[in-house]
Write a protein that binds this ligand. Structure first.
Ligand code: ATR
Length: 280
């Protein structure tokens, strides 16, 4: 689906970016809101980032999204950073102000938490959360979770040093790291388990996690959305555990960006769900 106009009002920059679902999502919302304009995917190789930002700044867009590999490299090109973008050391949404200045935001953490709260409103907040991985997505999930009421956060990553670095960057109490070979033993204490690694993605091996010791009310969240039902989520669902898929996080982080640009909160309705599922 395209927006209701041909004038580009927002975009996503990345490399590669052709398979991004963001144009699908934003053009659906632009059309639903009756906004005259469209959202485009723009391929920007790393060595053209500065040039691309200068061109976008002059183009009169409301703003744009930033995806791999530019989320960190774009930081110094912003005039202002939101507290979340500063904590995560990454920008996924840029807002162009009327005075020509650029503000960098990060809506990944909000998207992560909103989707969790929308899917399983009463997820156990009285026990620890286990976040698996230490890349950008783990950073967003960990930064969002540490601001909830959970007693503590466990971080596990194949390269444990990166998990320790992430814990230090978030800079709060209540975070422990778990050795990769002790991953399954951390399951018992967890009320929420989040996979942020690429394991389970199409073409990748599954996450080696034994859920047999999980509490019956433990919630399993996989931010991988291709496929929508990963081996981890299939296993969790077969054990009767509540599951949260990664597509909703993508949609909710996009919704937060749309609201920043256009001032209206869009909805994740059935029409959008079926548009996206047909693309996966
Ligand atoms: P993103 O920014 O999307 O989170 P990333 O920064 O590339 O992506 O991070 C990928 C994550 O998947 C990392 O935590 C990575 O672990 P390492 O830090 O040890 O590299 C994890 N990952 C990727 N392939 C893996 C594998 N085969 N086994 C275990 N973890 C893996």
């Amino acid at each position: 689906m395209t927006g209701s106009g041909t004038r580009c009002v927002a975009a996503v920059i990345g490399h590669p970016v052709a398979h991004s679902l963001s144009p699908r999502i934003h053009n659906h919302w632009l059309a639903a809101a009756g906004i005259d304009g469209c959202y485009r995917a723009i391929d920007v190789p790393p060595d053209r980032l500065g040039e691309a930002v200068a061109a976008l700044r002059a183009d009169g867009l409301q703003g744009w999204n930033v995806t791999v590999p530019h989320k960190t490299a774009i930081l110094p090109l912003m005039d202002r950073l939101s507290p979340a973008a500063r904590t995560m050391g990454a920008v996924n949404t840029v807002l162009c102000k009327a005075d020509g200045t650029l503000s960098g935001f990060n809506t990944d953490g909000i998207g992560f938490l909103k989707h969790l709260n929308a899917t399983v409103p009463h997820w156990p907040k009285d026990r620890a959360a286990l976040v698996i991985g230490a890349g950008g997505a783990a950073r967003a999930a960990a930064a969002a979770l540490i601001d909830t009421d959970i007693p503590f956060l466990m971080l596990a990553n194949r390269t444990e040093e990166k998990a320790r670095g992430l814990a230090a960057d978030i800079g709060r109490q209540r975070i422990t790291t778990v050795a990769w070979d002790a991953l399954s033993s951390a399951v018992t204490a967890a009320g929420l388990i989040v996979n942020t690694t690429t394991l389970g993605m199409t073409g990748q091996p599954p996450l080696p996690l034994d859920l047999s010791a999980a509490a019956p009310d433990c919630v399993v969240y996989d931010i991988v959305y291709a496929p929508l039902e990963t081996p981890l989520l299939r296993d969790a669902a077969a054990r009767g555990l509540a599951v949260v898929d990664g597509l909703g996080m993508l949609v909710h982080q996009a919704a937060a960006a749309f609201e920043l640009w256009f001032g209206a909160a869009p909805v994740y309705d059935d029409a959008l769900k079926s548009v996206l599922k047909s693309d996966l």
